[in-house]
Design a protein. Sequence first.
Length: 455
Amino acid sequence: MMSAASGCPSRILYAGVCRFDGSAHLRYSARSLSALVDLRRAKVPYIRFQSRTNSMSKSPYLAGRHFLQIPGPTPVPDRIQQAMARPIMDHRSQEFAHFSAKVLHSLKDIFKTKNPVIMFPASGTGAWEAALANTLSPGDKIVMFETGQFSMLWQVMAEKLGLRVDYIQSDWRIGVDAASIAERLNADKAQEIKAVAIVHNETATGCSSPVEEVRNALDAAGHPALLMVDTISSLGCVDYQHDAWRVDVTVCGSQKGLMLPPGLSFTAVSEKALQASKSSRLPTAFFSWEDMLGPNEKGLYPYTPAITLMYGLQEALNMLNEEGLDNVFARHAKLASGVRAAVAAWGLENQCRDGKYYSNAVTSIRMPEGHSADQFRKLVLENFNMSLGAGLTKVADKVFRIGHLGDTNELTIIGALGGVEMGLEMAGVPHSQGGVDAAMAEFRRWGRVQQAAAA
Ligand SMILES: *Cc1c(COP(=O)(O)O)cnc(C)c1O
Protein backbone atom coordinates (compact mmCIF):
# COMPACT_ATOMS: atom_id res chain seq x y z
CA MET A 1 0.00 0.00 0.00
CA MET A 2 1.34 3.38 -0.92
CA SER A 3 1.66 6.02 1.70
CA ALA A 4 0.67 9.64 1.24
CA ALA A 5 3.39 11.75 -0.30
CA SER A 6 4.91 14.54 1.72
CA GLY A 7 2.79 17.17 0.01
CA CYS A 8 -0.29 15.94 1.83
CA PRO A 9 -1.17 17.68 5.06
CA SER A 10 0.07 15.46 7.85
CA ARG A 11 -2.15 17.20 10.38
CA ILE A 12 -5.52 17.04 8.82
CA LEU A 13 -7.35 20.28 9.24
CA TYR A 14 -10.39 19.87 7.10
CA ALA A 15 -12.30 17.31 5.08
CA GLY A 16 -11.09 16.71 1.59
CA VAL A 17 -9.28 14.45 -0.78
CA CYS A 18 -5.57 14.14 -1.31
CA ARG A 19 -3.73 12.57 -4.20
CA PHE A 20 -0.99 10.25 -3.16
CA ASP A 21 1.47 12.47 -4.96
CA GLY A 22 0.29 15.27 -2.73
CA SER A 23 -0.57 17.54 -5.62
CA ALA A 24 -4.13 18.18 -4.60
CA HIS A 25 -5.87 18.58 -1.33
CA LEU A 26 -9.18 20.24 -1.39
CA ARG A 27 -12.03 20.87 0.96
CA TYR A 28 -15.14 18.81 0.43
CA SER A 29 -17.26 21.11 -1.61
CA ALA A 30 -18.86 21.04 -5.01
CA ARG A 31 -15.35 21.65 -6.31
CA SER A 32 -13.63 18.95 -4.31
CA LEU A 33 -16.33 16.44 -5.17
CA SER A 34 -15.80 17.10 -8.83
CA ALA A 35 -12.05 16.87 -8.18
CA LEU A 36 -12.71 13.50 -6.59
CA VAL A 37 -14.61 12.38 -9.66
CA ASP A 38 -11.73 13.59 -11.82
CA LEU A 39 -9.21 11.65 -9.72
CA ARG A 40 -11.34 8.54 -9.98
CA ARG A 41 -11.75 8.90 -13.73
CA ALA A 42 -8.03 9.35 -14.22
CA LYS A 43 -7.47 6.31 -11.90
CA VAL A 44 -5.17 8.42 -9.75
CA PRO A 45 -4.76 6.88 -6.30
CA TYR A 46 -6.21 9.17 -3.61
CA ILE A 47 -7.09 9.17 0.05
CA ARG A 48 -9.90 10.92 1.79
CA PHE A 49 -9.14 12.84 4.91
CA GLN A 50 -11.17 14.57 7.55
CA SER A 51 -11.04 17.51 9.85
CA ARG A 52 -10.25 17.36 13.55
CA THR A 53 -11.80 20.74 13.99
CA ASN A 54 -15.04 20.26 12.08
CA SER A 55 -16.72 17.60 14.11
CA MET A 56 -15.84 14.97 16.69
CA SER A 57 -18.03 12.36 15.05
CA LYS A 58 -16.01 12.46 11.84
CA SER A 59 -12.78 11.76 13.68
CA PRO A 60 -12.22 8.09 14.40
CA TYR A 61 -9.37 8.67 16.84
CA LEU A 62 -8.31 11.58 18.99
CA ALA A 63 -4.77 11.32 20.27
CA GLY A 64 -3.95 11.73 23.95
CA ARG A 65 -6.09 11.19 26.98
CA HIS A 66 -9.60 12.58 27.06
CA PHE A 67 -9.78 15.29 29.74
CA LEU A 68 -12.90 14.43 31.70
CA GLN A 69 -13.13 17.71 33.62
CA ILE A 70 -16.79 17.42 34.55
CA PRO A 71 -17.61 17.34 38.26
CA GLY A 72 -18.46 13.68 38.15
CA PRO A 73 -18.27 11.03 37.02
CA THR A 74 -14.55 11.61 37.44
CA PRO A 75 -11.69 9.72 35.78
CA VAL A 76 -11.18 6.25 37.25
CA PRO A 77 -7.51 5.69 38.18
CA ASP A 78 -5.69 2.73 36.60
CA ARG A 79 -5.29 1.06 39.98
CA ILE A 80 -9.04 0.97 40.40
CA GLN A 81 -9.64 -0.18 36.83
CA GLN A 82 -7.24 -3.03 37.39
CA ALA A 83 -8.78 -3.98 40.72
CA MET A 84 -12.12 -4.24 38.95
CA ALA A 85 -10.73 -6.61 36.34
CA ARG A 86 -10.70 -9.45 38.90
CA PRO A 87 -13.06 -12.38 38.31
CA ILE A 88 -16.49 -12.29 39.94
CA MET A 89 -16.74 -14.24 43.22
CA ASP A 90 -19.61 -16.22 44.61
CA HIS A 91 -21.41 -13.56 46.64
CA ARG A 92 -22.61 -16.16 49.14
CA SER A 93 -19.14 -17.59 49.77
CA GLN A 94 -17.07 -17.17 52.92
CA GLU A 95 -14.38 -15.54 50.83
CA PHE A 96 -16.79 -12.86 49.64
CA ALA A 97 -18.27 -12.29 53.11
CA HIS A 98 -14.78 -11.77 54.48
CA PHE A 99 -13.82 -9.34 51.71
CA SER A 100 -17.10 -7.45 51.92
CA ALA A 101 -17.04 -7.11 55.71
CA LYS A 102 -13.60 -5.51 55.45
CA VAL A 103 -14.77 -3.07 52.78
CA LEU A 104 -17.88 -2.10 54.79
CA HIS A 105 -15.68 -1.57 57.81
CA SER A 106 -13.09 0.66 56.17
CA LEU A 107 -15.81 2.62 54.40
CA LYS A 108 -16.76 4.03 57.81
CA ASP A 109 -13.44 5.87 58.10
CA ILE A 110 -14.19 7.95 55.02
CA PHE A 111 -17.49 9.12 56.51
CA LYS A 112 -15.81 9.45 59.92
CA THR A 113 -18.43 7.32 61.60
CA LYS A 114 -18.58 4.30 63.86
CA ASN A 115 -22.10 3.47 62.69
CA PRO A 116 -23.04 1.35 59.69
CA VAL A 117 -22.73 2.71 56.17
CA ILE A 118 -25.42 1.07 54.09
CA MET A 119 -24.54 0.52 50.46
CA PHE A 120 -26.98 0.04 47.61
CA PRO A 121 -26.29 -0.80 43.98
CA ALA A 122 -27.70 2.48 42.61
CA SER A 123 -26.55 5.93 41.58
CA GLY A 124 -26.49 8.64 44.25
CA THR A 125 -30.17 9.33 43.64
CA GLY A 126 -30.95 5.97 45.23
CA ALA A 127 -29.30 7.09 48.46
CA TRP A 128 -31.47 10.25 48.45
CA GLU A 129 -34.52 7.99 48.36
CA ALA A 130 -33.15 5.62 50.99
CA ALA A 131 -32.47 8.54 53.36
CA LEU A 132 -36.01 9.92 53.13
CA ALA A 133 -37.98 6.70 52.79
CA ASN A 134 -36.37 4.91 55.71
CA THR A 135 -36.85 7.68 58.24
CA LEU A 136 -39.98 9.69 57.42
CA SER A 137 -43.74 9.25 57.10
CA PRO A 138 -46.27 10.53 54.56
CA GLY A 139 -47.06 14.22 55.13
CA ASP A 140 -44.01 14.87 57.28
CA LYS A 141 -42.66 18.38 57.01
CA ILE A 142 -39.01 18.84 56.06
CA VAL A 143 -36.84 21.91 55.41
CA MET A 144 -34.53 22.14 52.40
CA PHE A 145 -32.46 25.00 51.00
CA GLU A 146 -32.23 25.92 47.32
CA THR A 147 -28.55 25.75 46.56
CA GLY A 148 -29.02 24.63 42.94
CA GLN A 149 -30.00 21.77 40.66
CA PHE A 150 -29.22 18.98 43.13
CA SER A 151 -31.07 20.48 46.07
CA MET A 152 -33.96 20.97 43.65
CA LEU A 153 -33.97 17.36 42.45
CA TRP A 154 -33.90 16.11 46.04
CA GLN A 155 -36.78 18.43 46.90
CA VAL A 156 -38.80 17.17 43.90
CA MET A 157 -38.17 13.61 45.04
CA ALA A 158 -39.27 14.42 48.60
CA GLU A 159 -42.54 15.82 47.27
CA LYS A 160 -43.08 12.77 45.05
CA LEU A 161 -42.65 10.60 48.14
CA GLY A 162 -45.45 12.53 49.85
CA LEU A 163 -43.42 14.82 52.13
CA ARG A 164 -44.21 18.51 52.64
CA VAL A 165 -41.13 20.51 51.81
CA ASP A 166 -40.45 24.01 53.06
CA TYR A 167 -37.95 24.86 50.32
CA ILE A 168 -36.02 28.01 51.21
CA GLN A 169 -35.48 29.94 47.97
CA SER A 170 -32.13 31.33 46.96
CA ASP A 171 -30.32 32.46 43.82
CA TRP A 172 -28.02 29.48 43.11
CA ARG A 173 -24.98 31.59 44.02
CA ILE A 174 -24.39 30.67 47.68
CA GLY A 175 -24.40 27.56 49.85
CA VAL A 176 -26.93 26.90 52.60
CA ASP A 177 -27.59 29.98 54.74
CA ALA A 178 -27.77 28.47 58.23
CA ALA A 179 -29.45 31.59 59.66
CA SER A 180 -32.53 31.11 57.49
CA ILE A 181 -32.75 27.48 58.60
CA ALA A 182 -32.40 28.60 62.22
CA GLU A 183 -35.32 30.96 61.65
CA ARG A 184 -37.57 28.10 60.47
CA LEU A 185 -36.54 25.92 63.41
CA ASN A 186 -37.07 28.63 66.01
CA ALA A 187 -40.51 29.40 64.61
CA ASP A 188 -41.52 25.72 64.74
CA LYS A 189 -42.81 25.59 68.32
CA ALA A 190 -44.91 22.49 67.60
CA GLN A 191 -41.80 20.71 66.27
CA GLU A 192 -43.54 19.73 63.08
CA ILE A 193 -40.30 19.75 61.11
CA LYS A 194 -39.02 16.18 61.00
CA ALA A 195 -35.84 16.72 59.01
CA VAL A 196 -33.50 19.32 57.58
CA ALA A 197 -31.94 18.06 54.34
CA ILE A 198 -29.08 19.96 52.71
CA VAL A 199 -26.49 19.53 49.97
CA HIS A 200 -22.92 19.80 51.25
CA ASN A 201 -21.40 20.63 47.88
CA GLU A 202 -23.80 21.95 45.26
CA THR A 203 -22.24 20.50 42.13
CA ALA A 204 -24.31 22.69 39.82
CA THR A 205 -22.99 25.98 41.17
CA GLY A 206 -19.69 25.28 42.93
CA CYS A 207 -21.05 26.40 46.30
CA SER A 208 -20.45 24.42 49.46
CA SER A 209 -22.53 24.55 52.62
CA PRO A 210 -21.48 24.90 56.26
CA VAL A 211 -22.85 21.66 57.71
CA GLU A 212 -21.63 22.47 61.24
CA GLU A 213 -23.52 25.76 61.24
CA VAL A 214 -26.72 23.90 60.41
CA ARG A 215 -25.97 21.41 63.20
CA ASN A 216 -25.48 24.33 65.59
CA ALA A 217 -28.76 25.89 64.44
CA LEU A 218 -30.59 22.65 65.32
CA ASP A 219 -28.87 22.49 68.72
CA ALA A 220 -29.45 26.17 69.52
CA ALA A 221 -33.15 25.75 68.74
CA GLY A 222 -33.26 22.55 70.79
CA HIS A 223 -34.95 21.03 67.75
CA PRO A 224 -35.14 17.24 67.34
CA ALA A 225 -35.37 17.23 63.50
CA LEU A 226 -33.08 14.80 61.72
CA LEU A 227 -30.13 16.30 59.84
CA MET A 228 -29.55 14.81 56.38
CA VAL A 229 -26.63 15.79 54.18
CA ASP A 230 -25.91 14.99 50.53
CA THR A 231 -22.12 14.57 50.21
CA ILE A 232 -22.18 13.06 46.73
CA SER A 233 -19.61 15.51 45.35
CA SER A 234 -17.80 16.37 48.58
CA LEU A 235 -16.89 13.09 50.29
CA GLY A 236 -13.24 12.31 49.65
CA CYS A 237 -12.66 15.94 48.56
CA VAL A 238 -13.26 18.09 51.63
CA ASP A 239 -13.41 17.28 55.31
CA TYR A 240 -16.63 15.66 56.43
CA GLN A 241 -17.45 14.28 59.88
CA HIS A 242 -20.64 12.27 60.11
CA ASP A 243 -20.35 11.47 63.83
CA ALA A 244 -18.72 14.65 65.16
CA TRP A 245 -21.23 16.87 63.36
CA ARG A 246 -24.02 14.55 64.52
CA VAL A 247 -25.46 14.11 61.06
CA ASP A 248 -28.29 11.57 61.00
CA VAL A 249 -28.12 10.47 57.40
CA THR A 250 -25.22 11.13 55.05
CA VAL A 251 -25.89 10.41 51.41
CA CYS A 252 -23.12 9.61 48.94
CA GLY A 253 -22.38 8.07 45.54
CA SER A 254 -19.35 6.36 44.05
CA GLN A 255 -18.43 8.38 40.95
CA LYS A 256 -17.12 11.69 42.22
CA GLY A 257 -14.60 12.10 45.05
CA LEU A 258 -14.46 8.33 45.49
CA MET A 259 -13.06 7.94 41.94
CA LEU A 260 -15.20 4.92 41.04
CA PRO A 261 -17.54 4.35 38.13
CA PRO A 262 -21.17 5.28 38.84
CA GLY A 263 -23.31 2.58 40.43
CA LEU A 264 -22.84 2.56 44.19
CA SER A 265 -24.80 4.69 46.63
CA PHE A 266 -24.26 5.03 50.34
CA THR A 267 -26.20 6.12 53.38
CA ALA A 268 -24.32 6.56 56.63
CA VAL A 269 -26.72 6.56 59.57
CA SER A 270 -26.90 7.67 63.19
CA GLU A 271 -28.48 5.84 66.12
CA LYS A 272 -31.29 8.38 65.91
CA ALA A 273 -31.86 7.69 62.22
CA LEU A 274 -32.03 3.95 62.91
CA GLN A 275 -34.57 4.63 65.66
CA ALA A 276 -36.60 6.79 63.26
CA SER A 277 -36.56 3.96 60.72
CA LYS A 278 -38.47 1.75 63.19
CA SER A 279 -41.51 4.03 63.13
CA SER A 280 -41.21 5.49 59.62
CA ARG A 281 -44.27 4.81 57.46
CA LEU A 282 -42.99 5.64 53.99
CA PRO A 283 -42.72 2.36 52.08
CA THR A 284 -39.28 0.92 51.44
CA ALA A 285 -38.54 -2.23 49.48
CA PHE A 286 -35.30 -2.24 47.48
CA PHE A 287 -33.91 0.55 49.66
CA SER A 288 -34.84 -0.94 53.03
CA TRP A 289 -32.14 -0.40 55.65
CA GLU A 290 -33.53 -3.16 57.80
CA ASP A 291 -33.26 -5.79 55.06
CA MET A 292 -29.66 -4.74 54.48
CA LEU A 293 -28.36 -4.39 58.04
CA GLY A 294 -28.89 -7.99 59.18
CA PRO A 295 -26.98 -9.69 56.33
CA ASN A 296 -24.38 -6.86 56.31
CA GLU A 297 -23.28 -7.87 59.79
CA LYS A 298 -21.82 -11.00 58.21
CA GLY A 299 -20.66 -9.19 55.06
CA LEU A 300 -23.66 -10.46 53.11
CA TYR A 301 -26.50 -8.80 51.17
CA PRO A 302 -30.21 -9.44 50.65
CA TYR A 303 -29.62 -9.42 46.87
CA THR A 304 -26.67 -9.61 44.51
CA PRO A 305 -24.23 -6.85 45.41
CA ALA A 306 -22.24 -4.88 42.79
CA ILE A 307 -19.21 -7.12 43.30
CA THR A 308 -17.01 -5.50 40.66
CA LEU A 309 -17.63 -2.02 42.01
CA MET A 310 -16.80 -3.28 45.47
CA TYR A 311 -13.39 -4.45 44.24
CA GLY A 312 -12.93 -0.92 42.97
CA LEU A 313 -14.18 0.55 46.23
CA GLN A 314 -11.66 -1.43 48.23
CA GLU A 315 -8.88 -0.06 46.04
CA ALA A 316 -10.26 3.50 46.24
CA LEU A 317 -10.26 3.29 50.03
CA ASN A 318 -6.68 1.97 49.94
CA MET A 319 -5.64 4.91 47.79
CA LEU A 320 -7.34 7.51 50.01
CA ASN A 321 -5.74 5.97 53.08
CA GLU A 322 -2.29 5.77 51.49
CA GLU A 323 -2.39 9.45 50.59
CA GLY A 324 -3.98 10.29 53.93
CA LEU A 325 -7.37 12.00 54.09
CA ASP A 326 -5.89 15.30 55.28
CA ASN A 327 -3.51 15.32 52.32
CA VAL A 328 -6.41 14.52 50.00
CA PHE A 329 -8.31 17.52 51.35
CA ALA A 330 -5.23 19.79 51.12
CA ARG A 331 -4.70 18.71 47.51
CA HIS A 332 -8.29 19.59 46.63
CA ALA A 333 -7.96 22.95 48.39
CA LYS A 334 -4.79 23.74 46.45
CA LEU A 335 -6.21 22.72 43.06
CA ALA A 336 -9.41 24.69 43.69
CA SER A 337 -7.51 27.83 44.61
CA GLY A 338 -5.45 27.49 41.41
CA VAL A 339 -8.64 27.27 39.35
CA ARG A 340 -10.13 30.29 41.12
CA ALA A 341 -6.91 32.25 40.51
CA ALA A 342 -7.22 31.45 36.79
CA VAL A 343 -10.86 32.55 36.71
CA ALA A 344 -9.92 35.84 38.38
CA ALA A 345 -7.03 36.38 35.94
CA TRP A 346 -9.34 35.81 32.97
CA GLY A 347 -11.61 38.47 34.45
CA LEU A 348 -14.54 36.05 34.49
CA GLU A 349 -17.05 35.70 37.29
CA ASN A 350 -17.40 32.76 39.67
CA GLN A 351 -21.00 31.56 39.95
CA CYS A 352 -20.39 31.32 43.70
CA ARG A 353 -20.68 34.97 44.73
CA ASP A 354 -19.43 34.70 48.33
CA GLY A 355 -15.97 33.36 49.16
CA LYS A 356 -17.34 31.77 52.32
CA TYR A 357 -19.00 29.15 50.15
CA TYR A 358 -16.29 28.43 47.56
CA SER A 359 -16.21 24.76 46.61
CA ASN A 360 -12.96 22.82 46.56
CA ALA A 361 -14.45 20.20 44.23
CA VAL A 362 -15.89 22.21 41.32
CA THR A 363 -15.84 25.76 40.02
CA SER A 364 -18.76 27.10 38.04
CA ILE A 365 -17.88 30.03 35.78
CA ARG A 366 -20.32 32.56 34.38
CA MET A 367 -20.14 33.35 30.68
CA PRO A 368 -20.14 37.05 29.83
CA GLU A 369 -23.55 38.30 28.62
CA GLY A 370 -24.22 37.41 24.99
CA HIS A 371 -21.89 34.40 24.90
CA SER A 372 -23.02 30.78 24.92
CA ALA A 373 -21.39 28.50 27.47
CA ASP A 374 -22.58 25.45 25.53
CA GLN A 375 -21.03 26.64 22.24
CA PHE A 376 -17.81 27.27 24.12
CA ARG A 377 -17.85 23.79 25.69
CA LYS A 378 -18.51 22.23 22.28
CA LEU A 379 -15.52 24.04 20.82
CA VAL A 380 -13.27 22.93 23.66
CA LEU A 381 -14.42 19.33 23.25
CA GLU A 382 -13.88 19.28 19.50
CA ASN A 383 -10.51 20.98 19.55
CA PHE A 384 -8.91 19.83 22.76
CA ASN A 385 -10.70 16.60 23.60
CA MET A 386 -11.85 17.96 26.95
CA SER A 387 -15.30 17.70 28.52
CA LEU A 388 -16.33 20.60 30.75
CA GLY A 389 -19.45 20.56 32.92
CA ALA A 390 -22.61 22.11 31.49
CA GLY A 391 -24.86 24.66 33.15
CA LEU A 392 -28.02 22.94 34.39
CA THR A 393 -31.63 24.21 34.07
CA LYS A 394 -31.67 27.73 35.63
CA VAL A 395 -28.10 28.38 34.52
CA ALA A 396 -28.17 26.35 31.30
CA ASP A 397 -25.85 27.85 28.68
CA LYS A 398 -24.93 30.59 31.19
CA VAL A 399 -22.16 28.80 33.09
CA PHE A 400 -19.59 26.12 32.43
CA ARG A 401 -18.01 24.05 35.17
CA ILE A 402 -14.52 22.78 35.77
CA GLY A 403 -14.39 19.68 37.94
CA HIS A 404 -11.25 19.49 40.08
CA LEU A 405 -12.15 16.55 42.25
CA GLY A 406 -11.10 12.94 42.55
CA ASP A 407 -7.88 11.52 41.12
CA THR A 408 -6.37 14.75 39.80
CA ASN A 409 -3.28 16.89 40.31
CA GLU A 410 -1.60 20.18 39.39
CA LEU A 411 -0.53 19.14 35.90
CA THR A 412 -3.95 17.88 34.95
CA ILE A 413 -5.49 21.11 36.16
CA ILE A 414 -2.91 23.23 34.33
CA GLY A 415 -3.75 21.28 31.16
CA ALA A 416 -7.46 21.77 31.71
CA LEU A 417 -7.02 25.49 32.32
CA GLY A 418 -4.88 25.73 29.17
CA GLY A 419 -7.72 24.19 27.18
CA VAL A 420 -10.20 26.62 28.71
CA GLU A 421 -7.96 29.60 27.99
CA MET A 422 -7.40 28.61 24.35
CA GLY A 423 -11.11 27.85 24.01
CA LEU A 424 -12.07 31.29 25.32
CA GLU A 425 -9.92 32.86 22.66
CA MET A 426 -11.29 30.66 19.87
CA ALA A 427 -14.86 31.35 20.96
CA GLY A 428 -14.23 35.09 20.99
CA VAL A 429 -15.15 35.39 24.66
CA PRO A 430 -13.76 38.62 26.11
CA HIS A 431 -11.15 37.74 28.71
CA SER A 432 -7.58 38.47 29.78
CA GLN A 433 -4.83 35.94 29.20
CA GLY A 434 -2.66 34.62 32.00
CA GLY A 435 -5.08 32.28 33.77
CA VAL A 436 -2.70 29.34 33.53
CA ASP A 437 0.16 31.46 34.87
CA ALA A 438 -1.98 32.63 37.75
CA ALA A 439 -2.82 29.01 38.62
CA MET A 440 0.85 28.01 38.49
CA ALA A 441 1.76 30.94 40.74
CA GLU A 442 -0.92 29.79 43.17
CA PHE A 443 0.42 26.21 43.14
CA ARG A 444 3.94 27.51 43.80
CA ARG A 445 2.64 29.61 46.69
CA TRP A 446 0.93 26.54 48.19
CA GLY A 447 4.11 24.55 47.66
CA ARG A 448 6.12 27.10 49.67
CA VAL A 449 3.55 27.15 52.47
CA GLN A 450 3.52 23.34 52.62
CA GLN A 451 7.31 23.18 52.61
CA ALA A 452 7.52 25.73 55.41
CA ALA A 453 4.96 23.78 57.42
CA ALA A 454 6.93 20.55 56.94
CA ALA A 455 10.25 22.16 57.97
C1 LIG B 1 -24.12 13.89 41.15
C2 LIG B 1 -24.93 14.39 42.27
C3 LIG B 1 -26.18 13.84 42.59
C4 LIG B 1 -26.83 12.80 41.75
O1 LIG B 1 -26.18 11.60 41.81
P1 LIG B 1 -26.43 10.45 40.73
O2 LIG B 1 -25.34 9.51 41.01
O3 LIG B 1 -26.36 11.11 39.40
O4 LIG B 1 -27.77 9.88 41.00
C5 LIG B 1 -26.82 14.31 43.69
N1 LIG B 1 -26.30 15.29 44.46
C6 LIG B 1 -25.12 15.84 44.18
C7 LIG B 1 -24.59 16.91 45.07
C8 LIG B 1 -24.40 15.42 43.08
O5 LIG B 1 -23.23 15.99 42.79
